[in-house]
Design a protein around this ligand. Sequence first.
Ligand SMILES: Nc1ncnc2c1ncn2[C@@H]1O[C@H](COP(=O)(O)OP(=O)(O)O)[C@@H](O)[C@H]1O
Ligand SMILES: [Mg+2]
Length: 286
Amino acid sequence: MSDSTGMGVPSGNAGDIVLEARGLNKRYGKVVALDSADFELRRNEILAVIGDNGAGKSTLIKALCGAVIPDAGEVLLGGQVVHFRSPMEARLAGIETVYQNLALSPALSIADNMFLGREMRRRDIFGQLFRTLDRSAMNKIARDKLSELGLMTIQNISQSVETLSGGQRQGVAVARAAAFGSRVIIMDEPTAALGVKESRRVLELMLDVKRRGLPIVLISHNMPHVFEVADRIHIHRLGKRIAVIDPKQYSMSDAVAIMTGAMKPPVEGATGPAQHYTVGEEGPHP
Ligand SMILES: Nc1ncnc2c1ncn2[C@@H]1O[C@H](COP(=O)(O)OP(=O)(O)O)[C@@H](O)[C@H]1O
Ligand SMILES: [Mg+2]
Protein backbone atom coordinates (compact mmCIF):
# COMPACT_ATOMS: atom_id res chain seq x y z
CA MET A 1 0.00 0.00 0.00
CA SER A 2 1.38 3.38 -0.89
CA ASP A 3 2.03 6.05 1.69
CA SER A 4 0.41 9.12 0.24
CA THR A 5 0.88 11.10 3.43
CA GLY A 6 4.61 10.58 3.05
CA MET A 7 4.69 10.70 6.79
CA GLY A 8 4.96 7.27 8.19
CA VAL A 9 1.28 6.46 8.54
CA PRO A 10 0.09 4.08 5.85
CA SER A 11 -2.73 5.51 3.81
CA GLY A 12 -5.94 3.73 2.97
CA ASN A 13 -7.49 3.56 -0.46
CA ALA A 14 -8.11 6.80 -2.30
CA GLY A 15 -11.83 6.12 -1.90
CA ASP A 16 -11.42 6.30 1.85
CA ILE A 17 -10.61 9.99 1.73
CA VAL A 18 -13.66 12.07 2.54
CA LEU A 19 -12.19 15.54 2.72
CA GLU A 20 -8.86 16.59 1.33
CA ALA A 21 -6.81 19.72 0.79
CA ARG A 22 -3.78 20.10 -1.42
CA GLY A 23 -1.28 22.91 -1.28
CA LEU A 24 -3.42 25.50 0.46
CA ASN A 25 -1.92 28.97 0.76
CA LYS A 26 -3.35 31.86 2.71
CA ARG A 27 -1.68 35.14 3.55
CA TYR A 28 -2.81 38.02 5.71
CA GLY A 29 -0.55 40.85 4.65
CA LYS A 30 2.90 39.62 5.58
CA VAL A 31 1.63 36.80 7.75
CA VAL A 32 1.62 33.42 6.04
CA ALA A 33 -1.21 31.58 7.77
CA LEU A 34 -1.11 28.60 5.38
CA ASP A 35 2.01 27.63 3.50
CA SER A 36 1.17 24.92 0.98
CA ALA A 37 -0.81 22.98 3.55
CA ASP A 38 -2.11 19.48 2.87
CA PHE A 39 -4.89 17.74 4.70
CA GLU A 40 -6.65 14.40 4.53
CA LEU A 41 -9.66 13.12 6.45
CA ARG A 42 -10.65 9.51 5.98
CA ARG A 43 -13.88 7.64 6.34
CA ASN A 44 -14.74 6.49 9.86
CA GLU A 45 -12.04 8.35 11.67
CA ILE A 46 -11.52 11.05 14.20
CA LEU A 47 -8.58 13.05 12.93
CA ALA A 48 -7.01 15.36 15.48
CA VAL A 49 -5.24 18.49 14.24
CA ILE A 50 -2.68 19.82 16.69
CA GLY A 51 -0.19 22.68 16.52
CA ASP A 52 1.09 25.67 18.44
CA ASN A 53 -0.88 28.89 18.64
CA GLY A 54 -0.60 30.66 15.32
CA ALA A 55 0.38 27.48 13.44
CA GLY A 56 -2.58 27.96 11.12
CA LYS A 57 -5.02 25.35 12.41
CA SER A 58 -8.06 27.61 12.47
CA THR A 59 -7.22 29.04 9.06
CA LEU A 60 -6.91 25.52 7.65
CA ILE A 61 -10.30 24.57 9.05
CA LYS A 62 -11.86 27.77 7.78
CA ALA A 63 -10.47 27.08 4.32
CA LEU A 64 -12.06 23.62 4.44
CA CYS A 65 -15.47 24.94 5.38
CA GLY A 66 -15.78 28.04 3.25
CA ALA A 67 -15.12 30.63 5.95
CA VAL A 68 -11.80 31.55 4.33
CA ILE A 69 -11.09 31.52 0.60
CA PRO A 70 -7.54 30.22 0.09
CA ASP A 71 -5.16 32.16 -2.16
CA ALA A 72 -4.09 28.91 -3.79
CA GLY A 73 -4.58 25.18 -3.54
CA GLU A 74 -7.65 23.02 -3.72
CA VAL A 75 -10.20 21.38 -1.47
CA LEU A 76 -11.86 18.08 -2.41
CA LEU A 77 -14.98 16.60 -0.88
CA GLY A 78 -15.56 12.97 -1.78
CA GLY A 79 -12.89 13.28 -4.47
CA GLN A 80 -14.55 16.25 -6.18
CA VAL A 81 -12.96 19.68 -6.17
CA VAL A 82 -15.18 22.14 -4.31
CA HIS A 83 -15.07 25.92 -4.09
CA PHE A 84 -17.05 26.92 -1.05
CA ARG A 85 -17.60 30.66 -0.98
CA SER A 86 -19.28 30.68 2.41
CA PRO A 87 -19.77 28.40 5.40
CA MET A 88 -23.39 28.03 4.33
CA GLU A 89 -22.29 26.43 1.05
CA ALA A 90 -20.15 23.98 2.98
CA ARG A 91 -23.03 23.25 5.36
CA LEU A 92 -25.32 22.55 2.44
CA ALA A 93 -22.68 20.11 1.17
CA GLY A 94 -22.75 18.34 4.54
CA ILE A 95 -19.80 19.89 6.38
CA GLU A 96 -20.76 21.20 9.80
CA THR A 97 -18.29 23.24 11.79
CA VAL A 98 -18.13 24.21 15.43
CA TYR A 99 -15.92 27.29 15.43
CA GLN A 100 -13.46 28.21 18.11
CA ASN A 101 -15.15 31.57 18.53
CA LEU A 102 -18.68 30.25 18.64
CA ALA A 103 -20.69 31.19 15.62
CA LEU A 104 -23.95 31.46 17.50
CA SER A 105 -26.18 34.51 17.55
CA PRO A 106 -26.54 35.45 21.22
CA ALA A 107 -29.79 37.33 20.86
CA LEU A 108 -31.54 34.44 19.14
CA SER A 109 -33.08 31.48 20.90
CA ILE A 110 -31.54 28.04 21.17
CA ALA A 111 -33.93 26.67 18.56
CA ASP A 112 -33.34 29.59 16.19
CA ASN A 113 -29.60 29.08 16.50
CA MET A 114 -29.91 25.40 15.70
CA PHE A 115 -31.89 26.22 12.57
CA LEU A 116 -29.94 29.31 11.55
CA GLY A 117 -29.83 29.36 7.75
CA ARG A 118 -32.14 26.37 7.34
CA GLU A 119 -35.30 27.56 9.01
CA MET A 120 -38.47 25.56 8.51
CA ARG A 121 -41.50 27.31 7.04
CA ARG A 122 -45.04 26.56 7.95
CA ARG A 123 -46.75 24.28 5.45
CA ASP A 124 -50.01 26.19 5.48
CA ILE A 125 -50.98 29.28 3.55
CA PHE A 126 -48.97 31.53 5.90
CA GLY A 127 -45.82 29.60 5.21
CA GLN A 128 -46.43 29.70 1.48
CA LEU A 129 -47.44 33.32 1.22
CA PHE A 130 -45.53 35.00 4.01
CA ARG A 131 -42.79 32.46 4.60
CA THR A 132 -43.92 32.26 8.20
CA LEU A 133 -41.58 30.10 10.29
CA ASP A 134 -42.78 26.84 11.75
CA ARG A 135 -41.60 27.60 15.27
CA SER A 136 -43.31 24.72 16.98
CA ALA A 137 -41.71 22.20 14.63
CA MET A 138 -38.28 23.78 15.03
CA ASN A 139 -38.63 23.94 18.81
CA LYS A 140 -39.62 20.31 18.94
CA ILE A 141 -36.75 19.13 16.77
CA ALA A 142 -34.25 21.30 18.66
CA ARG A 143 -35.47 19.94 22.00
CA ASP A 144 -35.40 16.36 20.72
CA LYS A 145 -31.88 16.72 19.31
CA LEU A 146 -30.48 18.27 22.45
CA SER A 147 -31.97 15.66 24.73
CA GLU A 148 -31.14 12.81 22.35
CA LEU A 149 -27.51 13.89 22.46
CA GLY A 150 -27.79 14.17 26.22
CA LEU A 151 -25.69 17.29 26.09
CA MET A 152 -27.65 19.50 28.37
CA THR A 153 -30.85 19.99 30.23
CA ILE A 154 -32.56 22.93 28.66
CA GLN A 155 -35.54 24.30 30.47
CA ASN A 156 -36.77 26.48 27.69
CA ILE A 157 -35.78 25.97 24.10
CA SER A 158 -36.91 29.48 23.19
CA GLN A 159 -34.63 31.18 25.71
CA SER A 160 -31.95 33.29 24.10
CA VAL A 161 -28.44 31.89 23.80
CA GLU A 162 -26.98 34.88 25.66
CA THR A 163 -28.64 33.61 28.84
CA LEU A 164 -26.73 30.29 28.65
CA SER A 165 -23.39 29.47 30.27
CA GLY A 166 -20.32 29.05 28.06
CA GLY A 167 -20.59 25.31 28.36
CA GLN A 168 -24.24 25.29 27.42
CA ARG A 169 -23.58 27.49 24.39
CA GLN A 170 -20.90 25.08 23.30
CA GLY A 171 -23.43 22.31 23.78
CA VAL A 172 -25.83 24.01 21.39
CA ALA A 173 -23.09 24.45 18.77
CA VAL A 174 -21.96 20.83 19.08
CA ALA A 175 -25.53 19.56 19.00
CA ARG A 176 -26.24 21.58 15.88
CA ALA A 177 -23.21 20.12 14.13
CA ALA A 178 -24.00 16.57 15.19
CA ALA A 179 -27.65 16.95 14.24
CA PHE A 180 -27.12 18.39 10.77
CA GLY A 181 -23.69 17.25 9.60
CA SER A 182 -24.10 14.61 6.92
CA ARG A 183 -20.54 14.18 5.60
CA VAL A 184 -18.01 15.78 7.93
CA ILE A 185 -18.01 17.42 11.34
CA ILE A 186 -15.25 19.84 12.22
CA MET A 187 -14.72 20.95 15.80
CA ASP A 188 -12.26 23.71 16.67
CA GLU A 189 -11.40 23.40 20.39
CA PRO A 190 -14.84 22.07 21.33
CA THR A 191 -13.91 21.38 24.95
CA ALA A 192 -11.81 24.48 25.63
CA ALA A 193 -14.59 26.34 27.45
CA LEU A 194 -16.09 23.30 29.13
CA GLY A 195 -15.90 21.79 32.57
CA VAL A 196 -14.80 18.21 33.17
CA LYS A 197 -18.25 16.70 32.97
CA GLU A 198 -19.31 18.66 29.88
CA SER A 199 -15.99 17.82 28.15
CA ARG A 200 -16.55 14.16 28.83
CA ARG A 201 -20.00 14.39 27.26
CA VAL A 202 -18.60 16.06 24.14
CA LEU A 203 -15.90 13.37 23.81
CA GLU A 204 -18.54 10.67 24.14
CA LEU A 205 -20.66 12.46 21.60
CA MET A 206 -17.72 12.49 19.18
CA LEU A 207 -17.23 8.75 19.53
CA ASP A 208 -20.95 8.31 19.08
CA VAL A 209 -20.99 10.40 15.90
CA LYS A 210 -18.06 8.37 14.58
CA ARG A 211 -19.91 5.13 15.29
CA ARG A 212 -22.84 6.51 13.32
CA GLY A 213 -20.43 6.75 10.38
CA LEU A 214 -19.46 10.42 10.28
CA PRO A 215 -15.79 11.37 10.28
CA ILE A 216 -14.70 14.17 12.60
CA VAL A 217 -11.88 16.69 12.53
CA LEU A 218 -10.91 17.69 16.06
CA ILE A 219 -8.67 20.69 16.66
CA SER A 220 -7.52 20.61 20.25
CA HIS A 221 -4.73 21.60 22.60
CA ASN A 222 -5.84 19.04 25.10
CA MET A 223 -3.48 16.11 24.55
CA PRO A 224 -5.32 13.67 26.85
CA HIS A 225 -8.51 14.37 24.89
CA VAL A 226 -6.70 14.03 21.57
CA PHE A 227 -5.05 10.78 22.55
CA GLU A 228 -8.28 9.41 23.93
CA VAL A 229 -10.38 9.80 20.81
CA ALA A 230 -8.15 10.35 17.76
CA ASP A 231 -7.41 7.64 15.21
CA ARG A 232 -4.69 9.74 13.61
CA ILE A 233 -3.04 13.02 14.54
CA HIS A 234 -2.24 15.68 11.95
CA ILE A 235 0.54 17.90 13.26
CA HIS A 236 0.52 21.45 11.93
CA ARG A 237 3.51 23.73 12.21
CA LEU A 238 4.30 27.07 10.60
CA GLY A 239 1.35 26.94 8.25
CA LYS A 240 1.65 23.37 7.04
CA ARG A 241 1.20 19.73 7.92
CA ILE A 242 4.56 18.37 9.00
CA ALA A 243 3.49 14.93 10.14
CA VAL A 244 0.61 12.54 10.61
CA ILE A 245 1.14 10.17 13.50
CA ASP A 246 -0.60 7.16 14.94
CA PRO A 247 -1.43 7.89 18.59
CA LYS A 248 -0.83 4.25 19.42
CA GLN A 249 2.79 4.56 18.31
CA TYR A 250 3.68 7.93 19.78
CA SER A 251 3.47 9.37 23.25
CA MET A 252 1.88 12.68 24.08
CA SER A 253 5.28 14.18 24.77
CA ASP A 254 6.51 13.02 21.36
CA ALA A 255 3.52 14.67 19.71
CA VAL A 256 4.18 17.91 21.57
CA ALA A 257 7.88 17.74 20.73
CA ILE A 258 7.15 17.33 17.02
CA MET A 259 4.61 20.14 17.22
CA THR A 260 7.06 22.56 18.80
CA GLY A 261 10.03 21.58 16.67
CA ALA A 262 11.94 19.87 19.50
CA MET A 263 11.67 16.55 17.72
CA LYS A 264 12.16 15.77 14.06
CA PRO A 265 8.91 14.78 12.34
CA PRO A 266 8.80 11.17 11.18
CA VAL A 267 9.91 10.68 7.60
CA GLU A 268 8.33 8.61 4.88
CA GLY A 269 8.33 4.94 5.68
CA ALA A 270 9.27 5.52 9.30
CA THR A 271 7.56 3.20 11.71
CA GLY A 272 8.76 4.03 15.19
CA PRO A 273 9.08 7.35 16.96
CA ALA A 274 11.51 9.90 15.54
CA GLN A 275 14.62 11.12 17.33
CA HIS A 276 14.76 14.20 19.51
CA TYR A 277 17.04 16.94 18.29
CA THR A 278 17.99 17.65 21.85
CA VAL A 279 16.91 16.16 25.09
CA GLY A 280 14.58 18.73 26.59
CA GLU A 281 11.87 18.40 29.20
CA GLU A 282 10.10 16.00 26.88
CA GLY A 283 11.02 12.61 28.26
CA PRO A 284 11.82 9.57 26.14
CA HIS A 285 9.10 7.47 24.62
CA PRO A 286 7.51 5.58 27.53
N1 LIG B 1 -8.19 37.32 9.82
C1 LIG B 1 -6.88 37.40 10.05
N2 LIG B 1 -6.21 38.55 9.83
C2 LIG B 1 -4.88 38.63 10.03
N3 LIG B 1 -4.12 37.61 10.46
C3 LIG B 1 -4.73 36.44 10.71
C4 LIG B 1 -6.14 36.27 10.53
N4 LIG B 1 -6.45 34.99 10.84
C5 LIG B 1 -5.31 34.40 11.21
N5 LIG B 1 -4.27 35.27 11.13
C6 LIG B 1 -2.86 34.95 11.45
O1 LIG B 1 -2.53 33.76 10.79
C7 LIG B 1 -1.73 32.93 11.62
C8 LIG B 1 -2.44 31.60 11.83
O2 LIG B 1 -3.59 31.81 12.64
P1 LIG B 1 -4.60 30.69 13.06
O3 LIG B 1 -5.01 29.94 11.85
O4 LIG B 1 -5.66 31.32 13.87
O5 LIG B 1 -3.68 29.76 13.98
P2 LIG B 1 -4.07 28.68 15.10
O6 LIG B 1 -5.53 28.39 14.98
O7 LIG B 1 -3.19 27.50 14.82
O8 LIG B 1 -3.71 29.32 16.40
C9 LIG B 1 -1.50 33.72 12.90
O9 LIG B 1 -0.27 34.40 12.78
C10 LIG B 1 -2.66 34.68 12.92
O10 LIG B 1 -2.33 35.84 13.63
MG1 LIG C 1 -7.13 28.52 16.36
